[in-house]
Ligand binder design. Structure first.
Ligand code: DAH
Length: 346
């Protein structure tokens, strides 16, 4: 076949080329423009063209090369747009679409939701308050004496804002807001972020989450507090888990207690998690101090109440056993995507 005929055949071939996918486009490129491709071969043979014909052949071959390059680009664009230049022969319109990858809820969100669910089933509402708080709601109304160490510069982040003077150091501030704005019976929990001026380490963070609980009604007793918290712990960790209370002190409760639950790792026998005591501390609680009720406009002669407060990261730690608190806030997707409801009782 002489050069002239080969050029014509290739022009027709290039013009008619089709491709249904990227592989076929690549095959076209290799077959024509590739190192051993048909058009590349033409240029090799060009050397034998007599000098007086070189000009005409040269122009025609360059046009062919350009034609092939443009065709290649068009085919590529077509398959990239997923519009095949060929009629699809194998498409199955009944095939389910590929699932889009979806995000996952943050482990702290999952745990907060679990905690909220348990209390919602007991009739608790959810209430929220601002993260920038004033001294009254964060400290004074909760009976913190003016010289209480919690007000210290070392613990509290102070801010200059029209909304308040500090970032709340606990969600107990929401107790005050709820009591000030409603009349008993009150049954509410307040999940939210809290802030403390702490150095960040594996075991402490300057921002963490708490869930505060408050129950105020006529004749509320300490026995109900204990029953409520035992039910909460069993709902979250399993019916075999028990609680114990140790006397403690908080300015806003009297009496106050620290709540421990039996260790879920060793069942109370003693292990590293519970530091060989069989118990792990999970929250503080107590009967709302009558002075706090008065501060919030509730008559302690008529009503009594209990309150409790727990750290969400602490509960999450007991569920997921994440060794370093900082992992929660590094936003490494490889860490975050491991959590789902399914992994909850890991
Ligand atoms: N506010 C306390 C803290 O941040 C937790 C707490 C303890 C809340 C006892 C309460 C309570 O409501 O009764 O450490």
């Amino acid at each position: 076949m002489n050069l002239q005929t080969r050029i014509e055949a290739l022009e027709a071939e290039v013009g008619a080329a089709t491709a249904g996918n990227a592989d076929e486009v690549e095959r076209f490129r290799v077959a024509t423009l590739g190192r051993n491709g048909s058009i590349t071969a033409l240029f090799e043979d060009f050397k034998q063209v007599p000098p007086d014909e070189k000009r005409a052949f040269g122009q025609r071959m360059n046009r062919l090369k350009e034609l092939a390059q443009n065709r290649w680009k068009d085919l590529l664009a077509a398959v990239e747009k997923n519009t095949s230049t060929q009629e699809p022969t194998t498409a199955d319109p009944t095939r389910p679409a590929l699932a889009e990858p979806v995000g996952s809820l943050h482990p702290i969100t999952l745990v907060r939701q679990r905690i909220t669910d348990v209390f919602a089933r007991m009739g608790y509402t959810v209430s929220q308050g601002p993260e920038v708080e004033d001294d009254h709601h964060n400290f004074s109304a909760l009976n913190f004496p003016p010289d209480h160490p919690a007000r210290d510069m070392q613990d509290t982040f102070f801010v200059e804002s029209s909304e308040g003077s500090a970032l709340r150091t606990h969600t107990s501030s929401v107790q005050v807001r709820v009591m000030e704005s409603s009349t008993p019976p009150i049954r509410t929990i307040s999940p939210g972020r809290v802030y403390r001026n702490e150095a960040i380490s594996a075991r402490a963070h300057c921002m963490f989450h708490q869930v505060e609980g408050l129950y105020v009604d006529k004749g509320v007793s300490f026995a109900e507090l204990k029953g409520t918290l035992a039910h909460f712990v069993k709902s979250l960790f399993g019916p075999e888990v028990t609680i114990r209370m140790r006397p403690s002190y908080f300015p806003f409760t009297e009496p106050s207690a620290e709540v421990d639950m039996s260790c879920t790792v060793c069942g109370g026998k003693g292990c590293n998690l519970c530091k060989h005591s069989g118990w792990v501390e999970i929250m503080g609680c107590g009967m709302v101090d009558p002075a706090v009720l008065t501060n919030c406009g509730i008559d302690p002669g008529e009503y009594s109440g209990f309150a409790f407060g727990m750290g969400v990261e602490r509960i999450a730690q007991l569920i997921y056993r994440v060794p370093d608190l900082r992992l929660y806030w590094e936003n490494d997707v490889r860490f975050l995507e491991q959590f789902s409801d399914g992994a909850f009782r890991a």
